[in-house]
Design a protein around this ligand. Structure first.
Ligand code: HEC
Length: 126
C-alpha cells in the first residue's frame, strides 16, 4: 500500500508545474489590475457631475427623481437639516439596517459619500 502511494505521488510533477505557471500569470494580471485601479482613483477622486447623476438616478430610483420621496423618504435639504454631515455620510455609506436603504460603501469612497451628504444638505429647495 505504501509503495502504491509513493508511486502515485511520483506521477504528479506535471500537473503541479502547470498550476505553478497559471499562478504566476494570474498574479501578474492582478498586479496590473490593482495598478490601473489605483491610478484611476488618483486621477479624479471626486467627479461632481457623476455624483450628481448618481444622486438623482440611483438614489432617485427610491427617493424620487426630484428627491421628494418615493419608496424612500424626502431627501431635500429642508427635511435633512437635523442631520450632522458626518452622520449623513454614515447613513449613505452603511445604509439603514433592516430597511430597503442599501449601504453604498461597496460602490463609492468615503470622500464621495461626504460630497453627496453636503450636496444634499446644501441643495436649494425645489
Ligand atoms: C433601494 C432603495 C433605495 C436606494 C437606491 C437609496 N435609498 Fe436611501 N432610503 C431608502 C429607504 C427605504 C429609506 C428609509 C429607511 C427607513 O425606514 O428608515 C432610506 C433612507 C435614507 C436616508 C435617511 C432619511 C431620513 O429622513 O432619515 C437617507 C439620508 C438616504 N436614504 C440617502 C440615500 C442616498 C444619498 C442614496 C443614494 C446614494 C440612497 N439613499 C439610495 C431606500 C433607498
Amino acid at each position: 500500500m505504501a509503495r502504491l502511494g509513493s508511486k502515485r505521488k511520483g506521477q504528479r510533477p506535471f500537473p503541479r508545474r502547470r498550476e505553478a505557471r497559471s499562478g504566476w500569470v494570474s498574479r501578474s494580471v492582478l498586479t496590473t489590475a490593482v495598478l490601473v485601479a489605483t491610478s484611476a482613483f488618483a486621477a479624479d477622486a471626486i467627479d461632481p457631475n457623476a455624483l450628481k447623476r448618481l444622486v438623482h438616478q440611483d438614489c432617485g430610483s427610491c427617493h424620487g427623481l426630484s428627491l421628494k420621496g418615493g419608496l424612500g423618504p424626502d431627501l431635500r435639504s429642508d427635511t435633512l437639516q437635523h442631520y450632522d454631515p458626518d452622520v449623513l455620510t454614515g447613513v449613505i455609506l452603511d445604509g439603514i439596517p433592516d430597511t430597503a436603504m442599501p449601504p453604498w460603501r461597496p460602490l463609492i469612497s468615503e470622500e464621495e459619500a461626504e460630497w453627496i451628504a453636503r450636496y444634499l444638505l446644501e441643495q436649494e429647495a425645489q
